[in-house]
Design a protein around this ligand. Structure first.
Ligand SMILES: Cc1cc2nc3c(=O)[nH]c(=O)nc-3n(C[C@H](O)[C@H](O)[C@H](O)COP(=O)(O)OP(=O)(O)OC[C@H]3O[C@@H](n4cnc5c(N)ncnc54)[C@H](O)[C@@H]3O)c2cc1C
Length: 357
């Protein structure tokens, strides 16, 4: 089809390096190219999979039977707004480069989200978060193209349905909109967010407490990146344990009944000394670290199943060590059923798993 490449390998487009070829592949570097590609796909009855940096996407071994449309929209602007600055980035901008630029300008609000791979346009999809910050805390609005009507829509933050690693764009409106631009409200002359104890300790060791605000923000970025590297949570082609989608499982949020059942199962499994599950209030329930459950169910770091495995450096990261999507998904299923058998809690995957043809 005119303007579309054919049979393009998808594995190199993703951080986990999995997936067969896309029947068609195209890049949208402007609003016009985006509309044209969507229209052309519609006229040929092709399904469309939107792709940013490929860091939260698992393609099937069979590849993708329709059009994979890579969002390459570019542009960043900063507009002063009293004590704050409205920082607007096009969807195809690299997230971490954008964070670094904001911190260079002394803007506070995204420092804990340093080192996360992917594009700006994907950050609202799962309300990207780490080390005590999530983008819903600073996102003011976003622009999107309704894929059905090809009309531009402006969403205020309150209309995005943000929750823990979730939004309307991952839930009821999954696949309906292409996000084209996101605006964040960042603070001038403000100090970094250091709520997360592990980060606060690392930042302390780097003298953040005594540094002026801008220096403190930049040191916090370095602290976050150092912590993430230690867990292979910075994507690095040379670090085999980072060939993942980050955390593969969401931390489950349990209601009171599920929480009681978990404690009961822990008493049965560890009768001599039942461990107390760590928990944090979230979304009207208790959030339990999925890594804690996976480890207590007997799955260890470094476990391998064929070419898939659990990262040596992070229990939640499933890694492609040269295998296939089928091997990865079988390992994921083994872990999900193992945790469910042990504790009655079904883990849910965090990444987008795209069905093949
Ligand atoms: C090593 C590593 C560490 C990670 N650490 C974290 C972390 O700390 N916190 C965290 O939250 N995530 C983390 N992730 C996951 C991932 O980086 C984020 O979810 C990121 O926002 C995905 O961006 P992307 O552009 O790569 O998305 P993609 O994988 O390209 O796409 C993900 C989904 O978003 C959709 N999408 C992408 N762009 C658009 C758009 N413009 N409009 C509409 N839909 C779109 C896609 O269709 C797909 O459904 C990590 C991943 C890796 C590999």
């Amino acid at each position: 089809m005119a303007g579309f490449s054919e049979m393009v390998p998808l594995a190199p487009q993703t951080t986990i390096g999995l997936g067969g070829p896309a029947r068609f592949f195209a890049e949208a570097g402007s609003d016009l190219e985006l509309r044209d590609a969507l229209q052309a796909a519609r006229s040929q009855d092709l399904t469309v999979q939107i792709l940013g940096g490929g860091s939260n996407t698992v393609f099937a071994d069979a590849g993708y039977p329709g059009l994979v449309l890579h969002i390459a929209l570019r542009g960043i602007t900063f507009v002063s707004d009293g004590d704050a600055v409205l920082a607007t980035a096009a969807a195809g901008e690299d997230w971490d480069a954008f964070v670094a630029l904001c911190l260079q300008q002394g803007l506070q609000g995204l420092e804990c989200l340093s080192g996360i791979p992917g594009s700006v346009g994907a950050t609202p999809i799962q309300n990207v978060g780490a080390y005590g910050q999530e983008i819903s805390q600073t996102l003011v609005s976003l622009r999107a193209l309704d894929r059905e009507r090809l009309e531009e829509v402006l969403f205020a933050s309150a209309d995005c349905g943000f929750a823990y690693r979730d939004s309307r764009f991952k839930g009821e409106d999954a696949g309906r909109y292409v996000i084209t631009e996101v605006t964040y409200r960042l603070q001038k002359n403000a100090r970094p967010t250091l709520h997360y104890p592990e980060l606060a300790r690392e930042a302390q060791a780097r003298g953040v407490a005594d540094a002026p605000p801008k220096k403190a923000l930049q040191e916090t970025r370095q602290a976050v990146i150092a912590l993430r590297r230690g867990k292979s949570m910075v994507y690095d082609p040379l670090d085999a344990n980072s060939h993942s989608v980050g955390s593969f499982f969401l931390n489950p949020v349990l209601d009171d009944a599920a929480y009681r059942m978990l404690r009961e199962r822990l008493r049965v499994r560890f009768p001599d000394n039942p461990p107390e599950p760590p928990s944090f209030p979230a979304d009207g329930g208790r959030k339990i670290p999925a890594a804690w459950l996976i480890e207590r169910a007997g799955f260890v770091r470094g476990l391998r199943r064929g070419g898939a495995g659990i990262s040596l450096n992070h229990t939640l990261a499933l890694v492609n060590y040269g295998g296939t999507t089928s091997e990865l998904l079988e390992l994921a299923e083994e872990i999900e059923s193992g945790v469910e058998r042990a504790f009655g809690v079904r883990l849910r995957p965090e990444p987008v798993i795209v069905p093949g043809g």
